[in-house]
Design a binder for this molecule. Structure first.
Ligand SMILES: *Cc1c(COP(=O)(O)O)cnc(C)c1O
Length: 404
């Protein structure tokens, strides 16, 4: 595609980041090489001095990785992007770049669990203190700001509650205090939410999820708005070393071509499933940003182009019903992670959070009947039928228990 034409988002997904390569391939080649040779000592010297653009060593920059980075930067309307080995490598690189000992972070309590752990352990060990807040309540952010606050870190919709935070208002509060807003945009992907358009400063993704979309890559990315930030982040990433490799970059870049239509189908399926679940007698509540019962439904409408592919719900039958549901589904796959073409189902109380015990789980807000669904692109009738037959089994179990 020629660069001098303005296009819509679906077209950008298909064409973004593709440069010019030897032999004019339609997709970027996989430069599966750790290092690049110099023509002369002088050329090597000028590459290292930054006087000439070129590739030196794959940890520093690789053409296949760069093509994927350019694609994500374009999708997010950013300046440049930095490909990371995982979403967590991206989170670490961001905090290592933006904070130092004595600084303070405000973080939404509804963020990915390991992000909380990173802040509470590694960053705390290096002297960076964090205040966790309910970021859906703007006053909580305002009240947590200190003169040494450098970063406000937000995930919206949040993990695992799907609570929505108002990014535009949070950016105003944060900037008034001279700090930067970092958004984990994993759950929405660039197809459904544009945090830069809402005034925020840095975006990150776990590309393991929707961006790649096929459950076969672990990767992360950071998108920035200006060259100065890019250069400072790139130095930190080069030193920490958590870079993505060329082959995984190629797979993510391939996945991005269908991002828009995958998200569209996942949103359509999710709304139908959420409505079905909300009307089911075995279910206590359903949390999905597309349901009018969602507490921040209006903020979602304002800042999102779609409601996403994540649903959580609570089974009336609690722990036992959760286990039966997990063991009875036939189309939904029992697995953690999210954002792939296949629908994944998970019961935190018996799986990810089982070892915490009931009290530990309650402290973490994980109720016994909580189920999380990442809705894929299958036929929605198949997914609903699958949930129907599995929910039926949870009911008979409950009755059997009562009769016994
Ligand atoms: C999965 C996930 C991460 C971490 O990404 P990895 O690729 O597993 O390291 C961070 N944030 C969110 C919202 C996630 O879902």
């Amino acid at each position: 595609m020629k660069k001098d034409i303005k296009t819509g988002f679906d077209t950008i997904c298909v064409h973004a980041g593709i440069g010019d390569y030897e032999f004019n391939p339609v997709v970027p080649p996989i430069y599966q090489t750790s290092t690049f040779s110099f023509d002369t000592a002088e050329q090597g010297g000028s590459l290292f001095a930054g006087e000439q653009k070129g590739y030196i060593y794959t940890r520093m920059l690789n053409p296949t990785v760069e093509a994927m980075e350019n694609a994500v930067a374009e999708l997010e309307g950013g300046h440049k992007a930095l490909g990371c080995a995982s979403g967590m490598a991206a989170v670490h690189t961001i905090f290592a770049s933006l904070t130092q000992s004595g600084d303070h972070v405000v973080c939404s309590s509804a963020v990915y669990g390991p992000t909380v752990t990173l802040l509470k352990t590694i960053m705390a060990k290096y002297g960076v203190e964090t205040t966790f807040v309910n970021s859906s309540v703007l006053d909580e952010i305002e009240n947590a700001m200190r003169p040494n606050t450098k970063v406000v870190f937000i995930e919206t919709p949040g993990n695992p509650t799907l609570a929505i935070s108002d990014l535009e208002e949070i950016a105003k509060i944060t900037h008034k205090h001279g700090a930067k807003v970092v958004v984990d945009n994993t759950f929405m992907s660039p197809a459904l939410q544009s945090p830069f358009a809402l005034g925020t400063d840095v975006i990150m993704h776990s590309m393991t999820k929707f961006l790649n979309g096929h459950a076969d890559v672990v990767g992360g990315i950071i998108v920035v708005k200006d060259e100065e930030t890019y250069v400072s982040f790139r130095k930190v990433l080069n030193q920490l070393g958590g870079v993505i490799d060329p082959f995984n970059s190629f797979l993510v870049h391939r996945g991005i071509k269908t991002l828009s239509i995958r998200m569209q189908r996942s949103c359509e399926n999710s709304l139908k499933i959420a409505e079905y679940l909300e009307s089911h007698q075995e279910i206590k509540w359903v949390m999905y940003p597309g349901l009018k019962s969602h507490p921040q439904y209006d903020i979602g409408l304002k800042q999102q182009k779609g409601h996403g592919g994540m649903i959580s719900f609570e089974l009336k039958g609690g722990f036992e019903a959760g286990k039966i549901l997990m063991n009875s589904v036939k189309v939904c796959t029992l697995a953690v992670s999210l954002g792939g073409v296949e629908t994944l189902i998970q019961h935190p109380a018996s799986m990810t959070h089982f070892s915490l015990g009931k009290e530990g789980r309650e402290a973490a807000g994980i109720t016994d009947g909580l189920v999380r669904l990442s809705v894929g692109i299958e036929n929605v009738e198949d997914l609903i039928y699958d949930l129907e037959q599995a929910l039926e089994k949870t009911k008979s179990k409950e009755l059997a228990l009562e009769e016994a």
